[in-house]
Write a protein that binds this ligand. Sequence first.
Ligand code: NAD
Ligand code: AKB
Length: 313
Amino acid sequence: MNEVILVIGASGQIGTELVVRLREMYGESNVIAADIIIPSYDVMEGGPFELLDILNKKQIHNVIEKHKVTQIYLLAALLSATAEHYPKAAWELNVTGLLNILSICEKHNIKKLFWPSSIAVFGPRTPKDNTPQVTIMDPNTVYGISKQAGERWCEYYHEHQGIDCRSIRYPGLIGYKATPGGGTTDYAVHIFHEALKKNSYDCFLAEDTTLPMMYMPDAIDATIKLMESDSTKISVRSSYNVSGVSFSPSDLAAEIAKHVQGFECTYTPDERQQLAKSWPRSIDDSVAREEWGWQPSFDLKHMTSDMLANLRY
Ligand code: NAD
Ligand code: AKB
C-alpha cells in the first residue's frame, strides 16, 4: 500500500527534522506537513503543507480526506515550562488534541499513529538512576501528567480499537536545525548558540542537574526504527524508554569549552529547576534495545563537536 503520512506539529523542533527524513524515505508528495504556524523553508518547500489546528476536528477531517492519509505522527504539544504557565491550555492541546486524533484514526480507519511521550512522565518517587521501563510514575508537572494520560490513552486505543499506536519517551532533545519550544531541557540548545555568539551563557538550571538527553539524529533514528519495526516486535503500547546520553549543565559546558576558547558558563536556576529535579538522571532502555534493536550513536563528545561544526558553518 502507498503510505501517505500526516505530520502534525511539523514546524517544531522535531518536526523540522522528521518531515525531511520521512520525505526522503516515502517521497516528497507522500508526507504532508501540518501546523498552526508556517514551517522552516526546507519543510515548506520540500512538499505539501497544511495549516491545521488539532483542536479543530473538521479541519483534521478535511486534510485527511483531501490527502487520503494512512499514517499520522502527532507532535503538537505544549512543553513542560510553558505548560506550567498555561495548565488548562496544555491539557487541552496535549490530551484533548491526542483524543481528537485517536477518534479520527478510528473513524477514518487510519491504523498507524506515532505520538511522543517524555521522561516527564516520571516523578519525584521514581527511581532516578537507570529508571526502568515499568516503575513508579508520579509526575508532578502539568506536562508530565498530560503525557502519562496520553500513554494510557494510546494503550487503550491499541487494545480496544486495534490502532497501531507507537510511542517513545524522548529525553531532552538537542539539535541545530530548529529552536526548542518551551521545555526544561532547552538550555542544552541555547548554550551552544550563546557560546558561539557571546562566549558565555547563564544557565537556568543548576550546574549539577543531570538529565537524560539525546542528539536529534538519534531521536529521528529511534522514531523511524520504531515505526518501521514489525508489529510483532512491539510489546509496549504505552511508550518506550529510550536513552541517549546523560549529562549535567557543567558537563556540557566543560565539553563546549574544549572547542570554544575562554567559554564561561554561570548558573542562575529559575522555576524550571523544580521540574528538572523531579525527572530521572538516567534511563534503562533495555526493552527497546531487545525488542526493536534500539541503539544510540552519539555520546556527549561527538554530539558537542557535531553541534558546533554545524552551527559554525
Ligand atoms: P515544539 O514545541 O518545538 O513543536 C510543537 C509544534 O506544535 C509547534 O510547531 C506548534 O506550532 C505546533 N502546534 C501547537 N499547537 C498546535 C495545534 N493546536 N495544532 C497543530 N499544531 C500545533 O515541540 P517539539 O520539541 O518538536 O516536540 C514534539 C513532541 O515531542 C511533543 O509532543 C513533545 O512533548 C515531545 N517531546 C519533545 C522533547 C524535546 O526535547 N523536544 C522531549 C520529549 C518529548
Ligand atoms: C521538556 O523539557 O519539556 C522536553 C521534555 C524532556 O519533554 N524537552
